[in-house]
Design a protein around this ligand. Structure first.
Ligand code: SF4
Ligand code: SF4
Length: 130
């Protein structure tokens, strides 16, 4: 196993405080996701990729950016895997890998227009006030 990928996995498990091995691939998270049709990979697949250390694929997943942090997937999960935490943690991992090119809180207002989902604005507010 690639040591760097194991470090990435440890970082994401620390951020989520959840064990992806608990996932029984029931698909309830993905079935409840309002952004399903916009995603190339879905919440249950993201959990599985973290569990299998598939960071080469996670580096390219675009569906992460369509997640609105609505938490519906986490509420539906019968195993308390909290897939929304994995979506958020993998996003943060991707942003941190970009080093200095990540989005600063001050840049958020200019990214918002009338097409921005309200859940996305609420999620950004939750993240940046911590
Ligand atoms: S938190 Fe993201 S992945 Fe989970 S149901 Fe909502 S939009 Fe889908
Ligand atoms: S709902 Fe929970 S147990 Fe079912 S596939 Fe999603 S993460 Fe896995």
């Amino acid at each position: 196993m690639n040591d760097t990928y194991l470090e990435y996995q440890a970082e994401i498990l620390r951020m989520t405080d959840r064990d992806p091995k608990r996932c029984m691939i029931c698909g309830k998270c993905t079935a409840s996701c309002p952004a399903f049709s916009e995603m190339d990979f879905h919440p249950h697949q993201i959990v599985g990729m973290v569990e299998r250390c598939e960071f080469d694929v996670l580096e390219t997943v675009e569906g992460l950016w369509h997640c609105m942090s609505c938490m519906a997937c986490s509420e539906r999960c019968p195993r308390d895997v909290q897939p929304a935490r994995f979506m958020d943690a993998v996003r943060q991992w991707r942003i941190r890998k970009q080093g200095g090119e990540h989005l600063h809180p001050q840049q958020v207002p200019e990214k918002i227009d009338e097409a921005t989902p309200q859940q996305a604005i609420a999620a950004a507010f939750r993240k940046y006030r911590k």
